[in-house]
Design a binder for this molecule. Structure first.
Ligand code: AMO
Length: 425
């Protein structure tokens, strides 16, 4: 039966149609009944004058948010949205919804985010929320297409790992038979394994895990990381590639429905400004913002973005050459600093990347410098047998989605967000 249905948006161009969707509203005026039917493409008024529809159709009383199938004829209507309404010859209630619906999804009553997330499977029916995930899908597909067009190979790496990747304490430990395992914080070492294995240019889209204790609007415990890595010894090439990739993305998504629904203007600068960490620190301190050693702080990142907007008319800014003391052990050194970068967008970091140390001895000694024990890192072996010089970066997909649409909280850009309190739904 369902295979006969058309998307609601297409029904307006047809005469006899079958559609299916959720009952957004149901009104019974005794001699005439109305249903507003919604699917992910739009809404349609179903009008049932008692005299014009079969008794078994008229006698149905679908509850709000039930999923129904409707067959009938489209006719012109001055009152109905879209100038047409459907007079049904058949209605089937395929899945009845309990009443009342636990949260309002019409956008008329504001429900706090935590309650919305408790009822996420209903919350997403709100067309405005639905749009977030349509756009996110487009973002991921467009970035992938860009990588494909540039002859990158998509890889899929292990999320159960023997050693935490990014260091620090932000990892989840899990029982793995009689051993300890960890949930991958990033695919970093496996991107490098792939390069050592001769794949030359790789990308990965996958969930990664951070035991992130902070309750902020930009941190999740599980997020989708868009990672790339390739053979290069040229730091600027990394930034150029990301800039080109994001320019391509912004061009491809500018006409997406979500961009209109969220009333955002997408501006991509002529050139993303690039500024070294030391210089950036001076700029934001001059703006009266306190920073920490080796860290601009979140307030400093916001201030630097304000500076980039004012001085370069750019919502983006590349922050480069972080001091090694405050970076991951695998970053390539240049004196006391590293050939690494962050990309900030509208005040928040969306990307980290850089050249990596590929020399076995140097990598080992950088580990020791960071207080790590090389014996425990199986991945060091990848660096003994001719791994090419390489670099790459990772974009946080939920952060990018949130910032593009101007959402207030990263949780809105995750279908089922995980934070220290939330493991369901
Ligand atoms: P990093 O740890 O900076 O770098 O992460 C890369 C990007 O991932 C996003 N991100 C997060 N998003 C949501 N919740 C979090 N808790 C969270 N933590 C990070 C951000 C960030 O810029 N291996 C390196 C990348 C590389 O150099 O290739 C890494 O993982 O957008």
């Amino acid at each position: 039966m369902l295979e006969k249905r058309v998307p609601i948006k297409d029904a307006f161009n047809l005469q006899s149609v079958a559609v299916a969707g959720w009952v957004e509203s149901y009104r019974d005026l005794k001699k005439i009944k109305f249903i507003i039917l919604r699917d992910s493409t739009g809404t349609l008024q179903i009008t049932m004058p008692k005299a014009k529809v079969p008794d078994e159709v008229f006698s149905l009383e679908p509850t709000q948010e039930s999923y129904i199938f409707v067959k009938g004829k489209m006719i012109d209507s001055k009152e109905a949205r879209g100038g047409k309404e459907l007079i049904p010859s058949e209605i089937k209630i395929l899945s009845k919804a309990e009443t009342p619906i636990p949260i309002d999804i019409s956008g008329k009553i504001e429900t706090d985010l935590s309650k919305r997330l408790d009822w996420r499977f209903i919350d997403i029916r709100n067309p405005k929320v639905n749009e977030i995930f349509k756009l996110q899908s487009k973002i991921i597909n467009t970035l992938s297409r860009f990588c494909d067009e540039n002859e990158f190979i998509r890889i899929n790496t292990s999320k159960l790992v023997g050693v935490p990747t990014e260091g620090g304490t932000e990892y989840f430990e899990v029982d793995y038979f009689d051993k300890k395992a960890y949930l991958a914080q990033s695919p970093q070492f496996y991107k490098e394994l792939a390069l050592s294995g001769g794949l030359e240019k790789v990308y990965e889209i996958g969930n990664v895990y951070r035991a992130e204790p902070h309750h902020t609007i930009r941190h999740l415990c599980e997020y989708n990381s868009f990672d790339v890595e390739w053979i290069t010894d040229n730091f600027d090439e990394l930034l150029n590639f990301e800039e080109k990739m994001l320019r391509y993305l912004f061009e491809k998504i500018k006409n997406e429905n979500a961009i209109q629904v969220y009333n955002v203007t997408l501006n991509f600068p002529k050139k993303i400004p690039r500024i070294k960490f030391g210089e950036a620190k001076k700029i934001v301190e001059k703006m009266g913002v306190e920073t920490e050693e080796g860290d601009l702080t979140h307030a400093g990142e916001k201030a630097l973005c304000e500076w980039a907007k004012k001085e370069h008319d750019s919502d983006f800014v590349f922050l480069t050459h972080f001091p090694f003391k405050h970076k991951v052990f695998y970053a390539k050194k240049e004196g006391e600093n590293t050939l690494s970068f962050d990309l900030l967008y509208k005040g928040i970091e969306i990307t980290t990347g850089g050249l990596r140390e590929e020399n076995y001895e140097k990598r080992k000694s950088q580990m020791i410098e960071k207080g790590l024990n090389p014996e425990t890192f199986d991945h060091l072996r990848f660096f003994k047998y001719g791994i090419p010089p390489h670099g790459g970066f990772a974009i946080g997909i939920e952060r990018l989605t949130m910032l593009i649409l101007g959402l207030q909280n990263i949780r809105e850009a995750s279908l089922t967000p995980r934070d220290p309190e939330r493991l369901t739904p």
